[in-house]
Design a protein. Structure first.
Ligand code: NAP
Length: 543
């Protein structure tokens, strides 16, 4: 471990401004964090790299970008007035609508005056003497704050694999995670898309309908269940709005924080005919609740394969060419990687202007000036779309040079994988909090309620410190160790360990393989957080 304190760049022109709290990121987490802290009387400042608010929904503007959690649930509940007045137009909100929502929230709660846009945070350093953080942005400007809150998102650091030759490509190339604001017109173009995860599954049908030709480079086929997206029926919305408290309360009791129909039945104790009926019902309903059909699906391989086989059967029904259907059929555990929600994905491969290139055995060799080369053959392209995902959960945090007590670098601390206490705090990093950090349920749940729970817990903690006259809080190494073991132990009992997913960091070469999210479910996690607070912040040292 290096204990050398980094030199702070001096910035003579701008005197250091001091806040109670600096929040990094103006996505859904940063916006609510600012609102809540300000309401408690704290002086808070949000620093945001983008030119606007919205986080994920600001950056991911690729064609077809849409949330896979239903809009009436993927929304804030902290303000009943907000949830009553906002009108979602579709079952699954598309990116432009989600971005409008984020902007509406920023305006409605008058948040913009404390949000500094165009400000990418490069470094954050804890100063022991003053028990405060100095946060430095890429232009060298610095601000200081008693607390630093990283609201930087779980899937916000795009992964562009180091393909040889990218720089020499003569066409245009794009990453789904940082799509041009003005949009891209693929009309008449030969397009190559690399990747078949959620972003690709959503964008492929739309790009295929526009482009002259689309070539899809697939390394691992993915399971996708239909979204059955549709405009929302006003009567349905009225009923939801009239009973929001009940819906939210039911959601809080589920593993994912989503009001789903989770069955307690076991697939292996159900007859094949009954199972087929159940899968069919859920398939017709659409969405992520498909995996809620049986509670043994994520722990018993045989059970899991009954659901996987059902989806493979559907792919065979949808894709006319049997060889192509076989190539598009995943063989791994369903739900091990994030289940995709699709709108016409498999059917797109019936189009005459779409080609699938399997790169599972023969990886992409290089990007040439005119296209993508695999096994010595060049596929010519005018544009390449990298739908290659993210350095998930840790990427955005580690991009910032975060230095804790005694100059301890987070990059060093996490060199063998992320370690946190409850996914909100780290030993050696006093007064630093992470919203939906590794070790919390985050990406395995509906992000909005998970964000709200973290924001409320963190702000209550800061208020508790102010009320008791404490100026420093730090997770103890023992509590962190215990939490990390607990998170790992729970994960090892499930089938989620069995594939090369981003949950495990396996999509990034050299990244330690550690299952990052907390898999014990939202209710159990919330109970633990509440218990910690009720016991005077058990596992933390306050001084
Ligand atoms: P992803 O799921 O990580 O998919 C990345 C794709 O790129 C995979 O198919 C991967 O193949 C492929 N890939 C990566 N490196 C490659 C290489 N060197 N050569 C060939 N192929 C390569 O990323 P994503 O689709 O952006 O989705 C990430 C997560 O964001 C999702 O799981 C979901 O949680 C979230 N998301 C949600 C929505 C939604 O709400 N509907 C939409 C988009 C994203 P391998 O599988 O073989 O690694």
């Amino acid at each position: 471990m290096t204990n050398r304190r980094p030199e702070l760049k001096q910035n003579g022109s701008s005197p250091q401004r001091r806040f109670d709290v600096v929040i990094v990121g103006a996505g859904f987490a940063g916006l609510y964090m600012l609102h809540r802290l300000r309401g408690m009387g704290f002086k808070a400042r949000v620093l945001e790299a983008g030119t606007g608010v919205g986080g994920t929904w600001y950056w991911n503007r690729y064609p077809g970008a849409r949330c896979d959690v239903e809009s009436v649930q993927y929304s804030y509940q902290f303000s009943d007035a907000l949830q009553q007045e906002w009108e979602w137009s579709e079952r699954y909100a598309a990116q432009p609508e989600l971005l409008r929502y984020a902007n509406h929230v920023a305006d409605r709660f008058d948040l913009r005056r404390d949000i500094q846009l165009n400000t990418r945070v490069n470094a954050a350093m804890f100063d022991d003497a003053s028990a405060s953080w100095v946060i430095e942005s890429s232009d060298g400007a610095r601000v200081a704050a008693a607390f630093c809150i990283m609201a930087t998102g779980c899937l916000s650091s795009p992964n562009l694999p180091a393909f040889k030759g990218i720089a020499a490509f003569e066409g245009d190339h794009y990453h789904t995670g940082c799509w041009p604001h003005e949009g891209v017109d693929f009309t008449g173009k030969r397009v190559a898309i690399i990747g078949t995860g959620s972003s690709a599954v959503q964008s492929i049908p739309i790009i295929a309908a526009q482009a002259k030709h689309l070539t899809v480079f697939q390394r691992t086929p993915n399971y996708a269940v239909p979204a059955h997206n549709a405009p929302l029926d006003p009567e349905f919305v009225r009923r939801i709005k009239a009973s929001y408290p009940e819906l939210r309360a039911r959601a809080r009791k589920t593993m994912t924080g989503i009001d789903f129909d989770y069955s307690d039945a076991l697939a292996m104790e159900t007859s094949p005919q009954e199972r087929q009926r159940e899968y069919e019902t859920r398939w017709q309903r659409g969405g992520l609740s498909f995996l809620g059909a049986y509670r043994d699906l994520m722990v018993d391989e045989e059970a899991n394969d009954t659901a996987a086989a059902f989806v493979r059967g559907k792919i065979r029904e949808k894709v006319r060419d049997p060889e192509l259907a076989e190539a598009l059929s995943p063989k791994n555990t369903i739900g091990c990687k994030r289940l995709c929600i699709d709108i016409g994905y498999y059917e797109t491969f019936n189009r005459s202007n779409v080609t699938l290139v399997d790169v599972s055995e023969t990886p992409i060799e290089e990007i040439t000036p005119r296209g993508v080369k695999v096994a010595g053959r060049q596929c010519e392209a005018d544009a390449i779309v990298f739908a290659t995902g993210f350095d998930a959960m840790t990427g955005a945090l580690l991009k910032v040079d975060i230095r804790g007590r005694g100059g301890l670098a987070l990059r060093e601390k996490w060199s063998a994988g992320p370690t946190t206490y409850l996914g909100v705090a780290m030993a050696g990093f006093p007064n630093l909090f992470t919203v939906t950090g590794p070790g919390s349920p985050s990406v395995l749940t509906n992000m909005l309620p998970t964000i709200e729970q973290h924001v409320e817990w963190i702000s209550d903690t800061i208020a508790h410190m102010r009320a008791r006259g404490f100026d420093r809080i730090e997770a103890s190494a023992a509590a962190e160790d215990e939490w990390v073991s607990h998170v790992g132990e729970l994960a090892s009992r499930t089938l989620r360990y069995t594939c090369s997913s981003w949950y495990l960091g396996a999509n990034i070469p050299g990244k330690p393989r550690v299952f990052m999210p907390y898999i014990g479910g939202f209710p159990r996690y919330v109970e633990k957080c509440n218990e910690v607070a009720a016991r005077g912040y058990e596992g933390f040292v306050l001084s």
